[in-house]
Design a protein around this ligand. Structure first.
Ligand code: BES
Ligand code: MN
Ligand code: ZN
Length: 504
């Protein structure tokens, strides 16, 4: 979806639809007042009659309104005229997005961004919130539909401003938001692609093409032979059960004038299909394990967003990509392998493969001396049980990093919730035969998985995002969400502006 801004009057826009807010107590927003004047009081008379007075986010559509150049006028109940809270604003925007989608039009002009939001400042936040919501409602994945629907979907949202000085501020906000939206859409497309198309090789090809088309990105792809040389025994123990070659992808964004010396490193789990391996999963819903590369998709999506937004901080993406299948050569429960870090692991369950590939990626990433390292993984079913689809699980060895991520999550509407990593939990992954076991029993599955990872990140400020519940939706609405790209991009942007970081 394209995002643009434009200077002009609400009544004069030739567009399929113009969106305007009406407040409680029959108070019209400034844009609605102008429209009302041009329609000889049509809006105020409808409001007086009792339309659009109940719930925030409720909509009223008026077609072919005399005096208005737009074909449709979409009015939204915007709550109190004193301003909306953050969550009220989200409701307003969601209501509009839903109605827009049902209209089947391609473009619209917005004035919702003029609403005062009481607990958030800044235009960018409003533009981000509106564009994310409208773009999410408009998203369609029809790469594999032979008869593409005639309506190719909503593809452009224009924010209307009063004058050129407002327009300038708006252009900067639009550019940032457009980067974010493109990143989210890339993450969704990658995750939605089936596992026979979206293989480790495909992820590597996407990374290569991103680097080709963006001058501030470079990429490098390691082959299994390279992984052997690096002694990535944990990662290779997963990939040896599959005939698709594993790929280890490194993608770097170089800022023009980095505000600090050290990079942020993002590590994304790229299991392009997780059958469980020899510890085979049940058949029900197994198709959804194509989404087990949601972490990798979020890393590539964030790298695209960052390359467009150009924040002043270096960012490195690292993606271990493999399938997890039960071949004759697959790892077996009880097998012991040596990870790149030198620590040995007893594989008690081949379905706990995510941590096996991540531990080698985390050990590899230590050479970048990261300011912060964040891994993103559809790691545990237990996280879905604990937090459902609303919050990403966050576990970290660093309170500042953790708080920054929580803040970014709240601000971007892509929330996380922190779980503890207390020493007591580490006992669950002790092994009688190796340095650790790869599973720790049923209790606290999300935490013990993170305990495992923490053994490979001792020298870094590290956070783990378990996106098992948030990366995709099941059921009739099945599809990738693009999460946690909004949280990550917000974090990277705020870190780039943060001049207080050590520059040692
Ligand atoms: N990819 C799965 C986690 C998962 C399961 C995410 C369902 C979303 C929905 C992961 O590789 C896995 O299989 N984890 C096991 C760990 C267990 C063996 C300790 C799980 O959660 O059952
Ligand atoms: Mn698994
Ligand atoms: Zn998995």
């Amino acid at each position: 979806m394209q995002i643009a801004s434009k200077v002009g009057s609400p009544s004069e826009q030739r567009t399929p639809c113009i969106i305007a807010v009406v407040h409680h107590k029959k108070v019209l927003s400034e844009a609605a007042q102008i429209l009302d004047k041009n329609t000889n009081g049509l809006i105020s008379s409808l409001i007086k009659r009792g339309d659009l007075i109940d719930e925030i986010g409720e909509t009223l559509l008026i077609n072919n309104c005399p005096g208005v150049a737009a074909s449709r006028l979409l009015l939204i109940n915007g709550g109190s005229s004193k301003g909306a809270t953050e969550s009220e604003f989200r409701k307003i925007v969601a209501g509009a997005a839903k109605r827009l989608k049902s209209l089947g039009i391609k473009t619209a002009i917005d004035t919702m961004h003029r609403t005062h939001v009481t607990d958030r400042n800044g235009l960018s936040w409003k533009i981000n919130t509106i564009a994310q919501e409208v773009s999410a409602a408009a998203y369609q994945f029809n790469e594999f539909k032979t008869s593409k629907s005639k309506n190719q979907g909503f593809n452009k949202l224009t924010f209307l401003v009063n004058d050129t000085s407002e327009g300038k501020k708006m252009n900067a906000a639009c550019k940032e938001t457009s980067g974010l939206i493109q990143g989210i859409d890339l993450a969704k497309n990658l995750a939605n692609r089936p596992a026979n198309i979206c293989t480790p090789t495909h992820l590597a090809e996407v990374s290569i093409s991103l680097a080709e088309s963006n001058d501030n990105l470079t990429t490098q792809v390691l082959e299994e032979l390279d992984m052997e040389k690096l002694k990535m025994g944990a990662l290779l123990s997963v990939s040896k059960g599959s005939r698709e070659p594993a790929k280890f992808i490194i993608i770097k964004y170089a800022a023009e004038n980095p505000s600090q010396a050290k990079p942020i490193v993002l590590v994304g789990k790229g299991v392009t299909f997780d059958s469980g391996g020899i510890s085979l999963k049940g058949g029900a819903g197994m198709d959804e394990m194509k989404y087990d590369m949601g972490g990798a998709a979020a890393v590539l999506g964030s790298m695209l967003a960052v390359s467009i937004i150009r924040p002043e901080i270096d960012v490195i993406g690292v993606i271990p990509a493999t399938e997890n299948l039960p071949d004759g050569n697959a790892s077996k429960p009880g097998d012991i392998v040596t990870s790149m870090s030198g620590q040995t692991i007893e594989i008690l369950n081949t379905d706990a493969e995510g941590r096996m590939i991540l531990c080698d990626a985390l050990a590899y990433a230590e050479q970048f001396d990261p300011e912060a390292i964040i891994d993103i993984a559809t790691l545990t079913g237990a996280c879905v049980v604990a937090l459902g689809e609303h919050a990403t699980g966050l576990l970290s060895n660093d309170d500042n990093l953790s708080n920054d991520l929580l803040t970014s999550g709240t601000r971007s509407g892509d929330r996380a919730w922190r779980l503890p990593l207390w020493p007591e939990y580490h006992k669950q992954i002790e092994s009688p035969f190796a340095d650790m076991a790869n599973v720790g029993g049923r209790a606290a599955g999300t935490i013990t998985a993170a305990c495992f990872l923490s053994k490979f990140t001792k020298n870094m400020a590290w956070a783990h995002l378990d996106i098992a519940g948030t990366a995709w939706k099941s059921g009739i609405q099945k599809g990738a969400t693009g999460r946690p790209v909004p949280m990550l991009v917000d974090y990277i942007q705020s870190k780039a502006l943060d001049k207080n970081c050590d520059e040692d």
